[in-house]
Design a protein around this ligand. Structure first.
Ligand code: F6R
Length: 615
């Protein structure tokens, strides 16, 4: 989704804004732009394409070393990606400049009204409507920028994070949010505005995260004022100390963030269970779960809501919760759940899973569940994110910033958290034998070592990638705990390599997908020794007799599948329930190498955004 950066202070703004936009590239975008104030004029430069294209264009257009600037990476919603539709947008007078992340849903009637009043529009965007609405309010009611922004925002329906500058009052930037994240970095005599803290981490570790419905008057040499947009009441700014560091958001010698994040998994899984899992003592302790244990134990069922990869982690959790804790679980796409009048009651526990903590559909599902009286527990990665604040309680995954658009370490850390919750509940309910409970704790503790071992499949994955990189289609099959891993493997491949891929429960193959199989079709089969091994061997035989090309993920030492498969990737032995943490690793590597070999932009695949803050 769009990225926002702003600076007001004593340093040259342009390099800060450009570097900040580069840090936000991971969010996904198709065009970029900057506005610099040179003390008299607003200097604007916008382009379709990457921030590097913007830099080239700006090297001629931006000649100022002004200390106030705003910049934007746009992910098109209203209007195609082109130079004109890129942000910042100026008001008709040329005095106001705005950057916006989100959607103004009622922009059409507002635009009509403004056209009647003589406003002219150059772009197809809803954002240009908003900046002119602010200008109209300012003129009509003779208001300063902050007040005009507030009055205008009270007329709009939709979601936004905005930063607005007015050259008539150049010591101020006004920022506001509803439904899209906005952080303000607070330095000595300078302020930073951004969609997340990564653009300003090297300048300050103090940040204010605006809450939904709040706006900030960010003024040079004056205290910042934060107020509620609706009723104008003042809010005490809560300054947070950032946990992120610069190293975490740089590539650290890897070619891509995705590869770095794949390799981080042994360490971040440890971070996820650190202080929570005490295998030798037989204890699992998670504050959010302990404080609400009764709610979990009295739950009629657990409903998991999530999107994309997080939804796949939810599916793995369904198998684990039902097996370990004997609680009935339903896993829902947040986008379907929120619109289908679901039956929810106060004895339901809803678990919302989200890496970014900003996904609009998941957020809406949470609000719906709360309205029906359910207890909502969040599993988020981004600390202080909207979902982590909206839920009643939760557990962070502690995976650190995930910059690659394709989720990798978020998936495995989400499964780790959910497994720990299931084990904690199993202990309280007595649904696992003591020995099984202790064995799982011990195994979870050594999972990072097994993930490390699974990473050694990198060369094999690369070799297989070179054979199948030009395949137009690919099928992924798994059973039981590894069915969601098949879905996740297929999603990874399609999103970064643009190869059409489908994930299926292996037994379902006979009910349709088997028709696709011929000698051109690569079929990735997840076939570890545990679980439904014999059944999956039969499925492999069915593929083989139709000449499909079999790539099998097997337990080290396997001989039976090896005889049937064209390629095997060996992973260390694990229990069935914990196997998704291991089987997913070679699939991540396989899709990574295929995408690289096809020349795709691995970290920023086309059309995708890291956090989907619009419906
Ligand atoms: C896939 C991917 C997406 C996200 C989905 C949900 O690699 O990254 O499918 O998983 O957009 O995002 P979060 O977890 O931030 O709610």
């Amino acid at each position: 989704m769009c990225g926002i950066v702003g600076y007001i202070g004593y340093r040259e703004a342009y390099p800060i804004v450009i570097k900040g936009l580069k840090r936000l590239e991971y969010r996904g975008y198709d065009s970029a732009g900057v506005m610099l104030y040179d003390g008299e004029e607003l200097k604007l430069c916008k382009t379709k394409g990457k921030v590097s294209d913007l830099e080239k264009k700006a090297s001629k257009a931006i000649t100022t070393n002004g200390t106030i600037g705003i910049g934007h990476t746009r992910w098109a919603t209203h209007g195609v990606p082109n130079d004109v539709n890129s942000h910042p947008h100026l008001s008709n007078s040329g005095d106001l400049a705005i950057i916006h992340n989100g959607i103004i849903e009622n922009y059409a009637p507002l635009k009509e009204e403004l056209i009647k009043r003589g406003y002219v529009f150059h772009s197809d965007t809803d954002t240009e409507v908003l900046v002119n609405l602010i200008e109209e309010v300012q003129k009509k009611e003779n208001l300063k920028l902050g007040k005009a922004v507030q009055v205008a925002l009270n007329q709009v329906v939709g979601a936004y994070a905005i930063a607005v500058f007015d050259k008539k009052n150049p010591n101020e930037i006004v920022a506001a949010r509803l439904g899209s994240p906005l952080a303000i970095g607070v330095g000595e005599g300078e302020y930073f505005i951004a969609s997340d803290a990564s653009p300003f981490i090297e300048y300050t570790s103090n940040a204010i995260y605006l809450e939904d419905g709040e706006m900030a008057n960010i003024r040079l040499h004056k205290a910042m004022k934060i107020r509620k947009i609706k009723d104008d009441s003042l809010v005490d700014p809560y300054i947070q100390e950032l946990q992120m560091n610069l190293e975490q958001i740089e590539k650290g010698g890897y070619d891509h963030f995705m590869l770095k994040e794949i390799y981080e998994q042994p360490n971040v899984i440890k971070d996820t269970y650190r202080g929570r899992l005490h295998a030798n003592e037989g204890i699992i302790q998670m504050a959010g779960v302990e404080d609400n244990l009764e709610k979990f134990l009295n739950a009629d069922r657990i409903i998991i809501v999530a999107c994309g990869t997080s939804w796949h982690a939810g599916l793995v959790a369904e198998y684990i919760f039902e097996e370990f804790a004997r609680i009935s679980v339903e896993v829902e796409y947040a986008s379907e759940f929120r619109y289908r009048n679901p039956i929810i009651n106060s004895k339901d526990v809803v678990i919302a899973i989200s890496q970014s903590g900003e996904t609009a559909d998941t957020m809406a599902a949470i609000k719906l569940a709360k309205e029906h009286g359910a207890f909502v527990f969040g599993v988020c990665n981004v600390v202080g994110s909207s979902i982590s604040r909206e839920t009643h309680a939760g557990a962070y995954t502690h995976a650190g910033p995930e910059i690659g658009v394709a989720s990798t370490k978020a998936f495995t850390t989400q499964i780790t958290v959910l497994t720990m919750i299931a084990l904690r509940l199993a202990k309280a309910k007595g649904t696992l034998s003591n020995s099984a409970f202790h064995a799982y704790l011990q195994e979870l503790e050594i999972i990072p070592e097994k993930v490390k071992e699974a990473l050694e499949t990198n060369e094999k994955a690369k070799e297989i990638a070179s054979v199948f990189k030009d395949a137009p289609n690919c099928l992924y099959l798994g059973r039981g705990y590894n069915f969601p891993v098949a879905l996740e493997g297929a999603l990874k491949l399609k999103e970064i390599s643009y190869i059409h891929a489908e994930g299926y429960p292996a037994a379902e193959m006979k009910h349709g997908p088997i028709a696709l199989i011929d000698e051109q079709m690569p079929v990735v089969v997840i076939a570890p020794k545990q679980g439904h091994y014999d059944k999956i061997v039969s499925n492999i035989q069915e593929i083989k007799s139709r000449s499909g090309k079999i790539i099998a993920v097997v337990t080290k030492g396997d001989t039976q599948v090896r005889e049937l498969a064209d390629y095997v990737i060996e992973i260390p032995e694990t229990s069935d329930a914990l196997s998704p943490l291991i089987t997913t690793i070679p699939l991540q590597l396989l899709s990574y190498h295929i995408a690289v070999m096809r020349g795709c932009n691995v970290d920023q695949p086309r059309n995708l955004a890291k956090s989907v803050t619009v419906e």
